[in-house]
Ligand binder design. Structure first.
Ligand SMILES: *Cc1c(COP(=O)(O)O)cnc(C)c1O
Length: 387
Protein backbone atom coordinates (compact mmCIF):
# COMPACT_ATOMS: atom_id res chain seq x y z
CA UNK A 1 0.00 0.00 0.00
CA UNK A 2 1.15 3.52 -0.70
CA UNK A 3 -0.50 6.73 0.38
CA UNK A 4 0.58 9.66 -1.70
CA UNK A 5 0.22 12.84 0.34
CA UNK A 6 2.79 14.98 -1.46
CA UNK A 7 0.69 16.69 -4.10
CA UNK A 8 2.34 20.06 -3.60
CA UNK A 9 5.51 18.44 -4.97
CA UNK A 10 3.71 16.95 -7.92
CA UNK A 11 0.43 15.27 -8.79
CA UNK A 12 -0.57 12.23 -10.75
CA UNK A 13 -1.81 12.65 -14.28
CA UNK A 14 -5.58 12.30 -14.49
CA UNK A 15 -6.45 9.34 -16.76
CA UNK A 16 -8.78 11.58 -18.80
CA UNK A 17 -5.86 13.93 -19.39
CA UNK A 18 -3.61 11.10 -20.54
CA UNK A 19 -6.31 9.86 -22.90
CA UNK A 20 -6.63 13.28 -24.45
CA UNK A 21 -2.84 13.40 -24.92
CA UNK A 22 -2.32 9.96 -26.45
CA UNK A 23 -3.20 10.73 -30.09
CA UNK A 24 -0.55 13.46 -30.17
CA UNK A 25 2.30 10.98 -30.09
CA UNK A 26 1.73 8.55 -32.98
CA UNK A 27 -1.22 9.96 -34.89
CA UNK A 28 -1.44 13.73 -34.59
CA UNK A 29 2.29 14.30 -34.59
CA UNK A 30 2.44 17.11 -37.16
CA UNK A 31 4.36 20.30 -36.45
CA UNK A 32 1.85 23.02 -35.59
CA UNK A 33 3.88 25.49 -37.67
CA UNK A 34 3.41 23.40 -40.83
CA UNK A 35 0.87 24.58 -43.38
CA UNK A 36 -0.42 21.10 -44.22
CA UNK A 37 -3.41 19.58 -42.49
CA UNK A 38 -1.28 17.29 -40.30
CA UNK A 39 0.23 20.41 -38.78
CA UNK A 40 -2.89 22.53 -38.75
CA UNK A 41 -4.95 19.99 -36.80
CA UNK A 42 -2.32 20.08 -34.08
CA UNK A 43 -2.24 23.87 -34.18
CA UNK A 44 -5.99 23.84 -33.60
CA UNK A 45 -5.52 21.61 -30.55
CA UNK A 46 -2.92 23.99 -29.13
CA UNK A 47 -5.20 26.95 -29.76
CA UNK A 48 -7.93 25.14 -27.84
CA UNK A 49 -5.59 24.40 -24.94
CA UNK A 50 -4.49 28.04 -24.86
CA UNK A 51 -8.13 29.08 -24.67
CA UNK A 52 -8.80 26.58 -21.86
CA UNK A 53 -5.88 27.96 -19.85
CA UNK A 54 -7.00 31.53 -20.52
CA UNK A 55 -10.59 30.77 -19.47
CA UNK A 56 -9.35 29.26 -16.21
CA UNK A 57 -7.71 32.50 -15.09
CA UNK A 58 -9.97 35.03 -16.79
CA UNK A 59 -7.77 36.37 -19.56
CA UNK A 60 -7.54 36.25 -23.36
CA UNK A 61 -5.80 33.36 -25.08
CA UNK A 62 -3.27 35.70 -26.70
CA UNK A 63 -2.07 36.61 -23.19
CA UNK A 64 -0.95 33.02 -22.52
CA UNK A 65 2.57 31.83 -23.34
CA UNK A 66 3.35 28.16 -22.88
CA UNK A 67 6.61 27.37 -21.07
CA UNK A 68 8.37 24.29 -19.78
CA UNK A 69 6.90 24.75 -16.31
CA UNK A 70 6.62 27.04 -13.32
CA UNK A 71 10.31 27.71 -12.79
CA UNK A 72 10.72 28.84 -16.37
CA UNK A 73 7.68 31.10 -16.17
CA UNK A 74 8.99 32.69 -12.95
CA UNK A 75 12.44 33.23 -14.44
CA UNK A 76 11.05 34.71 -17.62
CA UNK A 77 8.68 37.11 -15.89
CA UNK A 78 11.19 38.41 -13.37
CA UNK A 79 14.34 38.55 -15.51
CA UNK A 80 12.34 39.80 -18.49
CA UNK A 81 10.89 42.76 -16.60
CA UNK A 82 14.22 43.45 -14.88
CA UNK A 83 15.97 43.68 -18.23
CA UNK A 84 13.26 45.69 -19.91
CA UNK A 85 12.89 48.33 -17.20
CA UNK A 86 16.53 48.56 -16.05
CA UNK A 87 16.71 52.15 -17.29
CA UNK A 88 13.66 53.10 -15.19
CA UNK A 89 14.90 51.43 -12.02
CA UNK A 90 16.45 48.37 -10.50
CA UNK A 91 14.32 47.81 -7.41
CA UNK A 92 12.12 44.74 -7.01
CA UNK A 93 9.84 43.83 -4.09
CA UNK A 94 9.10 40.25 -3.10
CA UNK A 95 8.68 38.20 0.08
CA UNK A 96 10.79 35.93 2.26
CA UNK A 97 8.51 32.94 1.63
CA UNK A 98 8.72 32.67 -2.16
CA UNK A 99 9.59 29.44 -3.94
CA UNK A 100 13.26 29.09 -4.87
CA UNK A 101 12.31 29.62 -8.51
CA UNK A 102 11.64 33.22 -7.50
CA UNK A 103 14.16 33.70 -4.67
CA UNK A 104 17.12 32.32 -6.60
CA UNK A 105 16.13 34.32 -9.67
CA UNK A 106 16.15 37.47 -7.53
CA UNK A 107 19.55 36.44 -6.11
CA UNK A 108 20.94 36.23 -9.61
CA UNK A 109 19.62 39.73 -10.37
CA UNK A 110 21.32 41.07 -7.25
CA UNK A 111 24.65 40.22 -8.83
CA UNK A 112 23.68 42.47 -11.73
CA UNK A 113 23.08 45.43 -9.44
CA UNK A 114 19.37 45.05 -8.76
CA UNK A 115 18.12 45.87 -5.28
CA UNK A 116 15.68 43.41 -3.78
CA UNK A 117 13.36 44.09 -0.86
CA UNK A 118 12.03 40.88 0.68
CA UNK A 119 8.97 41.57 2.81
CA UNK A 120 8.55 39.83 6.14
CA UNK A 121 5.47 37.79 6.91
CA UNK A 122 3.56 37.42 10.17
CA UNK A 123 3.39 34.21 12.20
CA UNK A 124 0.71 32.82 9.86
CA UNK A 125 2.63 33.74 6.72
CA UNK A 126 0.74 36.83 5.57
CA UNK A 127 2.51 39.92 4.27
CA UNK A 128 1.56 43.32 5.63
CA UNK A 129 0.00 45.53 2.94
CA UNK A 130 1.16 48.73 4.58
CA UNK A 131 4.73 47.45 4.56
CA UNK A 132 4.35 46.63 0.90
CA UNK A 133 3.10 50.12 0.10
CA UNK A 134 5.91 51.70 2.13
CA UNK A 135 8.49 49.61 0.29
CA UNK A 136 7.52 51.00 -3.11
CA UNK A 137 10.04 53.58 -4.38
CA UNK A 138 10.29 55.63 -7.56
CA UNK A 139 12.75 53.06 -8.95
CA UNK A 140 10.56 50.03 -8.11
CA UNK A 141 9.88 48.16 -11.35
CA UNK A 142 8.25 44.96 -10.14
CA UNK A 143 6.36 43.39 -7.27
CA UNK A 144 6.50 39.60 -7.32
CA UNK A 145 4.50 37.89 -4.57
CA UNK A 146 3.29 34.31 -4.60
CA UNK A 147 -0.44 33.57 -4.74
CA UNK A 148 -0.21 30.65 -2.33
CA UNK A 149 2.71 29.11 -0.52
CA UNK A 150 3.77 25.57 -1.36
CA UNK A 151 4.90 24.69 2.17
CA UNK A 152 2.14 26.01 4.43
CA UNK A 153 -0.71 26.75 2.02
CA UNK A 154 -1.05 30.39 3.11
CA UNK A 155 -2.75 32.55 0.47
CA UNK A 156 -1.54 36.13 0.17
CA UNK A 157 -4.02 39.00 -0.32
CA UNK A 158 -3.49 39.02 -4.08
CA UNK A 159 -6.35 41.35 -5.09
CA UNK A 160 -5.21 43.93 -2.52
CA UNK A 161 -1.61 43.65 -3.71
CA UNK A 162 -2.81 44.06 -7.30
CA UNK A 163 -4.67 47.22 -6.34
CA UNK A 164 -1.65 48.72 -4.62
CA UNK A 165 0.62 47.84 -7.55
CA UNK A 166 -1.79 49.44 -10.00
CA UNK A 167 -2.17 52.61 -7.94
CA UNK A 168 1.60 53.00 -7.85
CA UNK A 169 2.00 51.97 -11.51
CA UNK A 170 4.33 49.11 -10.63
CA UNK A 171 4.02 45.80 -12.49
CA UNK A 172 2.76 42.85 -10.45
CA UNK A 173 3.79 39.25 -11.07
CA UNK A 174 2.52 36.32 -9.01
CA UNK A 175 3.78 32.76 -8.79
CA UNK A 176 0.40 31.05 -8.78
CA UNK A 177 1.75 27.54 -9.31
CA UNK A 178 0.04 26.22 -6.17
CA UNK A 179 -3.17 28.14 -6.73
CA UNK A 180 -4.18 27.56 -10.34
CA UNK A 181 -6.55 24.62 -10.60
CA UNK A 182 -7.12 24.59 -6.85
CA UNK A 183 -8.63 27.95 -5.90
CA UNK A 184 -10.35 30.66 -7.97
CA UNK A 185 -7.92 32.89 -9.87
CA UNK A 186 -8.96 35.86 -11.97
CA UNK A 187 -6.15 38.01 -13.30
CA UNK A 188 -8.40 40.89 -14.37
CA UNK A 189 -10.34 41.19 -11.12
CA UNK A 190 -7.11 40.82 -9.14
CA UNK A 191 -5.10 43.29 -11.25
CA UNK A 192 -2.38 40.76 -11.97
CA UNK A 193 0.01 41.74 -14.78
CA UNK A 194 1.90 38.44 -15.00
CA UNK A 195 1.18 35.02 -13.56
CA UNK A 196 3.12 31.74 -13.53
CA UNK A 197 1.52 28.32 -13.48
CA UNK A 198 2.65 24.73 -13.84
CA UNK A 199 0.63 21.84 -15.22
CA UNK A 200 2.05 19.07 -13.03
CA UNK A 201 0.54 20.71 -9.95
CA UNK A 202 -2.96 20.11 -11.29
CA UNK A 203 -2.92 16.55 -12.62
CA UNK A 204 -1.24 17.17 -15.97
CA UNK A 205 2.28 16.14 -17.00
CA UNK A 206 5.55 17.62 -15.79
CA UNK A 207 7.59 19.92 -17.98
CA UNK A 208 4.82 22.20 -19.18
CA UNK A 209 3.43 25.40 -17.76
CA UNK A 210 2.46 28.89 -18.79
CA UNK A 211 3.11 32.53 -18.21
CA UNK A 212 0.21 34.96 -18.47
CA UNK A 213 1.35 38.38 -19.62
CA UNK A 214 -1.25 41.16 -19.68
CA UNK A 215 -1.63 42.58 -23.16
CA UNK A 216 0.29 45.81 -23.55
CA UNK A 217 3.32 44.42 -21.76
CA UNK A 218 5.94 43.40 -24.28
CA UNK A 219 8.16 40.77 -22.70
CA UNK A 220 11.71 40.38 -23.97
CA UNK A 221 12.18 37.07 -25.80
CA UNK A 222 13.04 34.11 -23.65
CA UNK A 223 14.26 31.92 -26.52
CA UNK A 224 15.13 33.35 -29.92
CA UNK A 225 14.35 31.22 -32.93
CA UNK A 226 11.14 30.43 -34.73
CA UNK A 227 7.80 32.14 -34.42
CA UNK A 228 6.32 29.94 -31.68
CA UNK A 229 4.63 31.73 -28.75
CA UNK A 230 4.58 34.92 -30.84
CA UNK A 231 8.30 34.59 -31.37
CA UNK A 232 9.04 35.15 -27.67
CA UNK A 233 9.69 31.56 -26.75
CA UNK A 234 10.85 29.75 -29.83
CA UNK A 235 10.96 25.99 -30.23
CA UNK A 236 8.52 23.41 -31.53
CA UNK A 237 5.68 23.09 -29.06
CA UNK A 238 5.44 20.22 -26.56
CA UNK A 239 2.10 19.45 -28.17
CA UNK A 240 0.86 16.47 -26.16
CA UNK A 241 1.76 18.10 -22.86
CA UNK A 242 0.11 21.38 -23.83
CA UNK A 243 -3.07 19.58 -24.83
CA UNK A 244 -2.94 17.69 -21.52
CA UNK A 245 -2.51 20.92 -19.60
CA UNK A 246 -5.59 22.41 -21.30
CA UNK A 247 -7.71 19.38 -20.50
CA UNK A 248 -6.48 19.21 -16.89
CA UNK A 249 -7.17 22.87 -16.18
CA UNK A 250 -10.65 22.54 -17.67
CA UNK A 251 -11.42 19.54 -15.45
CA UNK A 252 -9.95 21.28 -12.41
CA UNK A 253 -11.97 24.45 -12.87
CA UNK A 254 -15.23 22.64 -13.64
CA UNK A 255 -15.04 20.62 -10.43
CA UNK A 256 -13.20 23.10 -8.23
CA UNK A 257 -15.98 24.01 -5.82
CA UNK A 258 -16.95 20.46 -5.05
CA UNK A 259 -13.44 19.00 -5.01
CA UNK A 260 -11.92 21.74 -2.90
CA UNK A 261 -14.63 21.20 -0.27
CA UNK A 262 -13.83 17.51 -0.18
CA UNK A 263 -10.08 18.08 -0.02
CA UNK A 264 -10.45 20.75 2.68
CA UNK A 265 -12.55 18.36 4.76
CA UNK A 266 -9.77 15.74 4.57
CA UNK A 267 -7.12 18.38 5.32
CA UNK A 268 -9.03 19.55 8.40
CA UNK A 269 -9.56 16.04 9.64
CA UNK A 270 -5.86 15.28 9.21
CA UNK A 271 -4.47 18.51 10.60
CA UNK A 272 -6.85 18.82 13.54
CA UNK A 273 -6.53 15.14 14.29
CA UNK A 274 -2.74 15.24 14.38
CA UNK A 275 -2.71 18.42 16.48
CA UNK A 276 -5.01 16.68 18.92
CA UNK A 277 -3.28 13.31 19.03
CA UNK A 278 0.35 14.40 19.14
CA UNK A 279 1.49 16.56 22.06
CA UNK A 280 3.85 19.52 21.56
CA UNK A 281 3.05 20.26 17.95
CA UNK A 282 2.92 23.59 16.21
CA UNK A 283 0.53 24.18 13.34
CA UNK A 284 2.28 25.99 10.48
CA UNK A 285 -0.67 26.11 8.11
CA UNK A 286 -2.67 29.26 8.90
CA UNK A 287 -5.90 28.88 10.86
CA UNK A 288 -7.52 31.56 8.71
CA UNK A 289 -9.57 30.43 5.72
CA UNK A 290 -7.08 32.18 3.44
CA UNK A 291 -5.25 28.97 2.74
CA UNK A 292 -5.15 26.28 0.08
CA UNK A 293 -7.57 23.38 0.56
CA UNK A 294 -4.95 20.61 0.45
CA UNK A 295 -1.93 21.56 2.56
CA UNK A 296 -1.41 20.60 6.20
CA UNK A 297 1.94 21.60 7.71
CA UNK A 298 2.89 21.08 11.32
CA UNK A 299 6.05 20.83 13.41
CA UNK A 300 6.56 17.96 15.81
CA UNK A 301 8.85 19.50 18.36
CA UNK A 302 11.99 17.66 19.48
CA UNK A 303 12.20 15.41 16.42
CA UNK A 304 13.66 15.68 12.94
CA UNK A 305 11.33 16.01 9.99
CA UNK A 306 13.62 13.78 7.94
CA UNK A 307 13.33 10.90 10.44
CA UNK A 308 9.57 11.27 10.47
CA UNK A 309 9.54 11.09 6.66
CA UNK A 310 11.66 7.96 6.57
CA UNK A 311 9.54 6.18 9.16
CA UNK A 312 6.34 7.22 7.42
CA UNK A 313 7.76 5.99 4.13
CA UNK A 314 8.29 2.55 5.70
CA UNK A 315 4.59 2.62 6.57
CA UNK A 316 3.77 3.57 2.97
CA UNK A 317 3.07 7.24 3.59
CA UNK A 318 4.65 9.76 1.22
CA UNK A 319 4.86 13.27 2.60
CA UNK A 320 7.45 16.01 2.70
CA UNK A 321 9.34 18.14 5.15
CA UNK A 322 8.94 21.65 3.84
CA UNK A 323 9.89 21.91 0.21
CA UNK A 324 11.19 18.99 -1.83
CA UNK A 325 13.82 21.29 -3.28
CA UNK A 326 15.45 21.78 0.12
CA UNK A 327 15.46 18.16 1.23
CA UNK A 328 18.95 16.82 1.27
CA UNK A 329 20.17 20.11 2.69
CA UNK A 330 20.45 20.68 6.41
CA UNK A 331 19.13 24.23 6.33
CA UNK A 332 15.65 24.44 7.79
CA UNK A 333 12.94 25.73 5.50
CA UNK A 334 13.26 29.46 4.79
CA UNK A 335 9.48 29.67 4.85
CA UNK A 336 9.14 28.30 8.37
CA UNK A 337 11.98 30.51 9.61
CA UNK A 338 10.16 33.50 8.12
CA UNK A 339 7.10 32.55 10.20
CA UNK A 340 9.32 32.97 13.24
CA UNK A 341 9.95 29.32 14.08
CA UNK A 342 13.23 28.50 15.81
CA UNK A 343 15.56 26.13 13.96
CA UNK A 344 14.62 23.11 16.07
CA UNK A 345 10.90 23.51 15.55
CA UNK A 346 11.38 24.21 11.84
CA UNK A 347 13.42 21.01 11.52
CA UNK A 348 10.54 18.97 12.94
CA UNK A 349 8.10 20.01 10.28
CA UNK A 350 6.04 17.72 8.08
CA UNK A 351 3.92 18.74 5.13
CA UNK A 352 1.02 16.69 3.89
CA UNK A 353 -0.53 17.85 0.64
CA UNK A 354 -3.76 16.18 -0.37
CA UNK A 355 -5.69 16.26 -3.60
CA UNK A 356 -8.93 14.91 -5.01
CA UNK A 357 -7.48 11.41 -5.33
CA UNK A 358 -6.91 11.05 -1.57
CA UNK A 359 -9.50 9.25 0.54
CA UNK A 360 -10.77 9.43 4.10
CA UNK A 361 -9.35 5.93 4.75
CA UNK A 362 -5.90 7.26 3.86
CA UNK A 363 -6.29 10.15 6.26
CA UNK A 364 -7.44 7.76 8.99
CA UNK A 365 -4.38 5.61 8.37
CA UNK A 366 -2.02 8.58 8.73
CA UNK A 367 -3.88 9.59 11.91
CA UNK A 368 -3.26 6.09 13.19
CA UNK A 369 0.42 5.80 12.23
CA UNK A 370 2.02 9.22 12.71
CA UNK A 371 1.27 9.50 16.45
CA UNK A 372 2.97 6.12 16.96
CA UNK A 373 5.97 7.20 14.90
CA UNK A 374 6.21 10.46 16.84
CA UNK A 375 6.14 8.58 20.12
CA UNK A 376 8.86 6.19 19.04
CA UNK A 377 11.13 8.93 17.74
CA UNK A 378 10.64 11.02 20.85
CA UNK A 379 11.55 8.11 23.08
CA UNK A 380 14.91 8.10 21.30
CA UNK A 381 15.30 11.87 21.32
CA UNK A 382 17.61 13.31 23.98
CA UNK A 383 15.92 16.68 23.43
CA UNK A 384 12.54 15.21 24.27
CA UNK A 385 13.83 13.50 27.41
CA UNK A 386 15.58 16.64 28.61
CA UNK A 387 12.75 19.05 27.89
C1 LIG B 1 6.30 23.57 -8.06
C2 LIG B 1 6.45 25.03 -7.89
C3 LIG B 1 7.23 25.79 -8.77
C4 LIG B 1 8.06 25.17 -9.86
O1 LIG B 1 7.29 24.66 -10.90
P1 LIG B 1 7.98 23.62 -11.92
O2 LIG B 1 6.95 23.39 -12.96
O3 LIG B 1 8.29 22.39 -11.13
O4 LIG B 1 9.19 24.28 -12.46
C5 LIG B 1 7.28 27.16 -8.60
N1 LIG B 1 6.59 27.76 -7.61
C6 LIG B 1 5.83 27.08 -6.75
C7 LIG B 1 5.06 27.80 -5.71
C8 LIG B 1 5.73 25.69 -6.86
O5 LIG B 1 4.98 25.01 -5.99
Amino acid sequence: MRIYADNAATTKVDKRVLEKMMPFFCEMYGNPSSVHSAGQEVKAAIDEARQQVADAIGCESKEIYFTAGGSEADNWAIKGIAKKYASKGKHIISTKIEHHAVLHTLDSLKKDGYEITLLDVDSEGFINLEELENAIRPDTILITIMFANNETGVMEPIAEIGKIAKEHKVLFHTDAVQAVGHVPVNVKEMNIDMLSMSAHKFNAPKGVGALYVRKGIIMPNLIDGGGQEKGRRAGTENTAAIVGMGEAIKIAVENMEEESKKVAYLRDKLLNGLMEKIPECKQNTPKSDKRLPGIANLSLKYIEGESILLMMDIKGICASSGSACTSGSLDPSHVLLALGLDHGTAHGSVRFSLDRFNTEEEVDYILEELPKIAERLREMSPLWNKR
